[in-house]
Design a protein around this ligand. Sequence first.
Ligand SMILES: [Zn+2]
Length: 261
Amino acid sequence: MVQVKAINAFSDNYIWCITDEQSQQAWVVDPGQAEPVLTHLKNAGLTLAGILITHHHYDHTDGVATLCKAFSGIDVYGPNDSPFKGITKPLKESDIVTVFDTQFRIITTPGHTLDHICYIHPALAFTGDTLFSGGCGRLFEGSAEQMQHSFDKLKQLPDTCKIYCTHEYTQANLAFALAVEPTNSDLIEHAQWVDAKRKNDEITLPSTIALEQKINPFMRSDISGISQNIPTEYQYKAKNILQNNEPWQNFAGLRAWKDHF
Ligand SMILES: [Zn+2]
């Protein structure tokens, strides 16, 4: 099984670096910057073998051109319908990418952007800006209904599946989650752990599907206690989109509330 390490980028991005024990090679996920990747590879004595892209935003792609110059001939995997033009191996739903000994299945997860994909293995998943620990990406291009559908796919992953998302947003996400579910004891306990980690500037990732099912309001948007806690103005916003009371409307209400939190 591959090993995954975090490379810090920008103020709160992680570029995930995938290696295996036998190999002196690495893959990176969403290199928004090249310099921290080049430094990490040099210090670890690794060469770059490939790049995985989840979506087109600059903080996930701006390092690609420099890395491809430094390691000529490497493949750049990413969504087949992406505005980002640096992808050499376009991917669609159910495609497989083999990284060392590990096969990742592609699921399309529109919502944050329309081109967003996640790289899924039963033991680990790269979820980009779709599923964060304790939260979800903003809806820049897609609808709440699309994002809810994307989350439904992620909910089917095994409980033990490790979640590698792109941003260290956990602490702020849990502050919102506690407003949604102030009496959720799993959430209260995990928020204390996260606060202690962040006090020492330590990483709070990866998460797991089991943990997200317990603490992430967007994974729990179908729970009745959550829908009741959404303030009226955001519930109205959600219900105003469609006449019927669809399950994704809780998701839309939560997202609208979070946008103003
Ligand atoms: Zn993004």
